[in-house]
Design a protein around this ligand. Sequence first.
Ligand SMILES: [Zn+2]
Length: 208
Amino acid sequence: MKKISADAAKYSDTVRLPFRLGAGFPDAVPVIRSDRKTVSLELKRDGTILIRAPRRMSETKIREFLSKREDWLRAHLAKQQLIGAEGSDRLTEEEINALFRDAVVDLPARVRRFAPLVGVSYGRITIRNQRTRWGSCSAAGNLNFNCLLILAPEEARDYVVIHELCHRIEMNHSARFWAEVARVCPGYRKQRKWFREHGPALTKRMFG
Ligand SMILES: [Zn+2]
């Protein structure tokens, strides 16, 4: 408790975010300055954003740093919003475009990472805006992923990627298929549960 109040005393200033996060989020965030050498961005469980910075770092430099962390921050806040009161907001066109922009980078990167672990090849990767599916895999090995996956936690995204890649081995949901999924993603049951619990809320944000 003592530690927290000591920290609070060091809230020396705030920095305006170089981007707008949307309704319900502040335009400026607190900066705690100390003798540290580097700047860092912290996102607390309640959605509070906090910056830790060297004493003499300029606001411009901090804003430059924040610009680079925009996608990270958006993804994490979006994830947290699911449990927050504002989590049911319909996504705006701008937000949907941002999801696509992130998805075309993020999901293929995960495919590249996990394909060798599953031990399979794949064809084209397409990002879609789908109501009913998180991913799919064609007989030719072409992969489709739902852009809403960007709003899911990283482990849940990994699971969907691994799931679809495992269809390159087993084009069904047999025990052999699930054994393959479990080999690469031992915690897959937890991720399936996440989609059962939070999936409908995600879909609702896109389709109402
Ligand atoms: Zn499947």
